[in-house]
Design a binder for this molecule. Structure first.
Ligand SMILES: [Zn+2]
Length: 125
């Protein structure tokens, strides 16, 4: 399996947060609800989650030891993830995030999205 091109950590310009190398590994920890280690030492704390226009999400993080800020982009929902969510709705269940255990999806405008990853998984009825 080939992952997306990973950005190397680059110097912060002004208020632009750093991008993270090893984003895929860190995302996996984040989905599991585990603490995400910071490249600068310590852990990354979530400052905010933002849904993007294309259906993906982005997470703003702050390092607990250096206070440097990082941004992690969360990939869009895959076909099978969208199907899982549609199936939950069809079965009358409350739709949950396919990546976060037990995390209910919330309505954001016309879509159902996860407040933890910012990803949109289905159209709201
Ligand atoms: Zn999620």
């Amino acid at each position: 399996m080939t992952g997306p091109q990973l950005d190397q950590s680059v110097a912060s310009i002004g208020d632009q947060p750093f991008t993270l190398a090893e984003e895929g590994t860190l995302l996996a920890l984040y989905y599991d609800g585990a603490r995400v280690p910071s490249p600068a030492g310590g852990f990354l704390m979530v400052l905010g989650v933002r849904p993007e226009d294309d259906g993906s999400g982005s997470i703003l993080l702050e390092c607990s030891s250096s206070s440097l800020r990082y941004e992690m982009s969360v990939p869009k929902a895959t076909r099978s993830e969208r199907k899982r969510v549609r199936d939950m709705i069809a079965e009358g269940d409350d739709p949950k995030c396919p990546r976060h255990q037990g995390q209910l999806l919330t309505r954001i405008r016309h879509d159902l999205a996860c407040t933890k990853c910012g990803v949109r998984y289905a159209k709201a009825k």
